[in-house]
Design a protein around this ligand. Structure first.
Ligand code: CDP
Ligand code: ZN
Length: 160
């Protein structure tokens, strides 16, 4: 009836790239490096869905060696994975995520990120939680060299 999944992702923060989290562009001196748009939050959400249903991981579905996914909009990848979740007969109960970022300050952006994710996944705002934490200036995240995200998702079998 219920399936729980967890997802994790990390991308390097570098100059000359846009910072996109949950499909929202955030003004910052650096952005996340990756083959796609490097939306680390969406990637962790995707892996939590795939994990819940034992469907592998994001790299298996969308290989970063495939030119097709170069600069891909991660929201499109999320839509594809969500349609798989529905095909398997499941729906989202709730998603809870934590962004680990020393900077920028994310609190002012959290509501737009949640609204954008809720809209694109056809769920209510209270089904998607996004939290932010610094790394207390420790390690690569704390030195502003990377952003990581942990995500847990609960799915339930849709009633027919
Ligand atoms: O106080 P504690 O160690 O639990 O958390 P922190 O990492 O010092 O972050 C304090 C608060 O700042 C968090 O609860 C978030 O609301 C906010 N925060 C943020 O807006 N943007 C970040 N990149 C990190 C944290
Ligand atoms: Zn990623």
């Amino acid at each position: 009836m219920y399936r729980i999944g967890q997802g994790f992702d990390l991308h390097r923060l570098v100059e000359g790239r846009a910072l996109i989290l949950g499909g929202i562009k955030i003004s910052h001196s650096k952005g996340l490096l990756g083959h796609s748009d490097a939306d680390v939050l969406i990637h962790a959400i995707i892996d939590s869905f795939l994990g819940a249903l034992c469907l592998g991981d994001i790299g298996q579905l969308f290989p970063d060696t495939d030119e097709k996914y170069k600069d891909a909009d991660s929201m499109n990848l999320l839509r594809i994975v969500l349609s798989k979740v529905k095909e398997e007969g499941y729906e989202i109960v709730n998603i809870d995520s934590t962004i680990q970022a020393q900077e920028p300050k994310l609190m002012p952006h959290i509501i737009s990120i949640r609204q954008n994710l809720a809209k694109n996944m056809y769920i209510d705002l209270n089904q998607i939680s996004v939290k932010a934490k610094t790394y207390e200036k420790q390690d690569s995240i704390g030195h502003g060299e990377a952003i990581a995200v942990y995500c847990n998702t609960l799915l339930k079998k849709s009633s027919v």
